[in-house]
Design a protein around this ligand. Structure first.
Ligand code: PMP
Length: 454
């Protein structure tokens, strides 16, 4: 491989490449980091730094980097049949096999897959198809989706509208009509004197209030991430989702679980819904389905919804060139085979997650940390000005950003949302790597505390 001319790459990047979710002017001055290689839980940048990736890329590299079988599966499929569509009374073998495989993996009767390329498109898909589901049953007014403030469902027009990120709504005139939001379950900031379980019920009943306010005949579906990821790994109390499920059933509102992050082992179960013991009617998935090796997303529908779509839905006026792309499906099948045969989810849940939780709790003892939350293989450290109080820094995000940059200098990739340090490592993290993570994070916390005079 020719040596990399990093300054030249950074120059070209600054001139020609607009980065997502970045202040591009500031980034151009700073210079981007160029990643060149990955193996297991580590990545290397162009300066030769070896980094423990405790964020699995972007919550997605569940089986770790460098698994040659996935590249081989892609190459085999490309050589045999690089592409065909699923439009004209056609499809391909890997596409069919993946749909069947997902039906077996997903809980309950989520037996029907619609393929797209990303989590955002999966959420666009469910917005349209769920509204269609009600419309063809003579309920065209039952079209409102309820999501949550600060929820994240992607970046497309429907995805960003379903999500509740204010900064995203402000760019491009969102949300689109007939989407409403309720407050998210975040006991740390919002729970007051309630126990977490009591608070879970209070937070869930905001959905009931909203449904009654809008009218049950107007509400098509509720959408939520089992664990809210991007906003800062908000892990709801166990009481929350059960109550949400009860409310959805009572008012005949479809329950949509956005499992784009939680799916494929992140919470220690195959799906986050299983961790919380609920049965969604519709599920959106992406990321871990291919461990990030190739883009793929899907919407899964239960028998009831798919039955209506098939029997009375007529022609579905929805789909993408790459819906069910055979190469992406072949890679997903290989990824899922590896996850199953190597018992990656079970091993993470039974052997690694308990130890990770123990060491994460130790990080929680640091003077800068107000709460250490974790479920399975995802967690957050909430950095606070006063350990004894559940309050944020006045200027949110500065300390988190400092801590993230400090961790990086110690060879550890964590993400910061405001002052929450987010954790989402590959599921194949070993106990030794948990120790390495702990040591690097502890150093980063200490240096951050010193830098801000604490
Ligand atoms: N839903 C959730 C819960 C997500 O976290 C994300 C991405 N982080 C998305 C949807 C959007 O997925 P994508 O970026 O693949 O479009």
């Amino acid at each position: 491989m020719a040596p990399i001319d990093l300054p030249e790459l950074q120059r070209l990047d600054a001139v020609h490449h607009l980065h997502p979710f970045n202040d591009n002017a500031a980034l151009a001055k700073r210079g981007t980091r160029v990643l060149v290689r990955g193996e297991g839980c580590y990545v290397w940048d162009a300066e030769g730094n070896k980094l423990l990736d405790a964020f699995a890329g972007l919550w997605c590299v569940n089986i770790g980097y460098g698994r040659k079988e996935l590249g081989q599966a892609a190459a085999r499929q490309m050589e045999q049949l690089a592409y065909y569509n699923s439009f004209f009374q056609c499809t391909t073998e890997p596409t069919i096999r993946l749909a069947a495989e997902l039906a077996g993996l997903a809980p309950g009767d989520l037996n029907h897959a619609f393929f797209v390329n990303s989590g955002s498109e999966a959420n666009d898909t469910i917005l349209r198809l769920v509204r269609h589901f009600w419309a063809v049953q003579d309920k065209p007014r039952k079209n409102i989706f309820i999501g949550r403030h600060n929820g994240y469902h992607g970046t497309t027009v429907a995805g960003a509208s379903l999500g509740g990120m204010k900064g995203m709504h402000e760019q491009g005139g969102l949300p689109i009509p007939d989407i409403h939001h309720i407050d998210p379950p975040f006991w740390f900031a919002d729970g007051g004197d309630l126990s977490e379980e009591e608070y879970g019920l209070v937070a869930a009943r905001r959905l009931e209030q909203k449904i009654l306010e809008l009218g049950p005949d107007r509400v098509a579906a509720f959408i939520g991430e089992p664990v809210m990821g991007a906003i800062g790994v908000y892990i709801p109390p166990m009481s929350y989702w059960k109550e949400i499920e009860r409310i959805c059933r009572q008012y005949d509102v479809l329950l949509v679980a956005d499992e784009v992050i939680c799916g494929f082992g992140r919470t220690g179960q195959w799906f986050g819904s299983q961790h919380f013991g609920i049965q969604p009617d519709v599920m959106t998935i992406a990321k871990g389905i291919t461990s990030g090796y190739i883009p793929l997303g899907a919407a899964l529908f239960n028998d009831r919804v798919a039955g209506v779509l098939k029997d009375v839905g007529g022609e579905l006026a929805h789909g993408a060139t790459y819906s069910g792309h055979p190469v992406c499906a072949a890679v997903a099948l290989e990824n899922l085979r590896i996850m199953r045969e190597e018992r990656i989810v079970d091993t993470a849940r039974e052997e690694v997650a308990p130890y990770l939780a123990q060491r994460w709790a130790e990080l929680g003892e640091h003077r800068l940390v107000g709460q250490a939350r974790i479920v399975g293989m995802m967690g957050a450290l909430e950095l606070v000005p006063d350990k004894g109080r559940r309050e944020f820094f006045p200027e949110r995000g500065k300390v988190g950003g400092l801590c993230r940059d400090t961790a990086l200098r110690h060879g550890l990739i964590l993400r910061a949302t405001y002052d929450s340090m987010l954790l989402s490592p590959p599921l194949v993290l070993t106990r030794e790597q948990v120790d390495e993570l702990f040591e690097k994070a502890w150093k980063a916390l200490g240096e951050t505390a010193e830098a801000i005079g604490r």
